[in-house]
Design a protein around this ligand. Sequence first.
Ligand code: CDV
Length: 321
Amino acid sequence: MSRYLNIAMGQLGPVQRSDSRRQVVARLCDMMREAHALGAQLIVYPELALTTFFPRWFLADDADIDSFFEREMPGPETRPLFELAHALGVGFYLGYAELAQEQGRWMRYNTAILVDQHAKIVGRYRKVHLPGHAEHEPWRRFQHLEKRYFTPGSRFDVYQAFGGIVGMALCNDRRWAETYRVMGLQGVELVMIGYNTPVHNAPAPQHDDLSLFHNQLSMQAGAYQNGTWVVGVAKAGLEEGVDSIGGSCIIAPSGEVRACCITKDDEVVVARCDLDFCAIYKQTTFNFDRHRRPEAYDMIVRRKGVALAADGSPWHEPEEA
Ligand code: CDV
């Protein structure tokens, strides 16, 4: 049996600060039309797709910060994307900055939504692993202030959609094994991940040459170890003077790269993905029920960082009585 889903990557080239939402949405619509012409039922766009990657700047003024956020989805500028999705019958994953009112307070999240082929929002994900820093650090060539501008999300939910079990993550989440495993434990068959990854990593510039390798390595490991498709889509290229990696790719449950983008521009690539290809991995090597040993893993949820004794040796927790 096969459950084929034609998935498009809608990689974006740079979005500058002066680009309006309408201009960006027009680019997203163009890519959706192309994806549809190529037979796609679903298109995956990047993280913070509607604007430039503003956490690279220290912004002191709340109005400035909020100008990068959406108060409603769809809103007047994003509605054309929903209307086109409905007309073409193409669903989408979209990353954007979300202003949400909760108990009378406005909260800022780095969010992705999943929209089905009837243009209905069927899932919402708020980025859990927010990288970077919260205070201005002028020694950096550019800032990465996600910890300042966003509140972290706290869930990796999955959804029954597009004929399978699907989940979402955002950018830095893709580097963490826990991201995939929490969804893997819910039977995920497709994980969609938008990202913005500068080539230059200020705290570890010696890794700059490895940024594409680490991108693919993380997603290939997550796919294979959980028997799931993974689709990672970049906002790429030179944006406001900062060069970001491309390397968008679709990875099979085998861990093999099924398709990838080759530019750092707006680019659509479609792959035919059989969701039933997950089953052989989930039923054999990664049959969780049969092989996992959660009783040996409890430290993973109890401990956040590495615990060492004062002399640098491993710190052993006292045995429970
Ligand atoms: N947008 C991101 O989450 N970017 C991070 C950078 C800071 C390393 C990433 O993991 O790609």
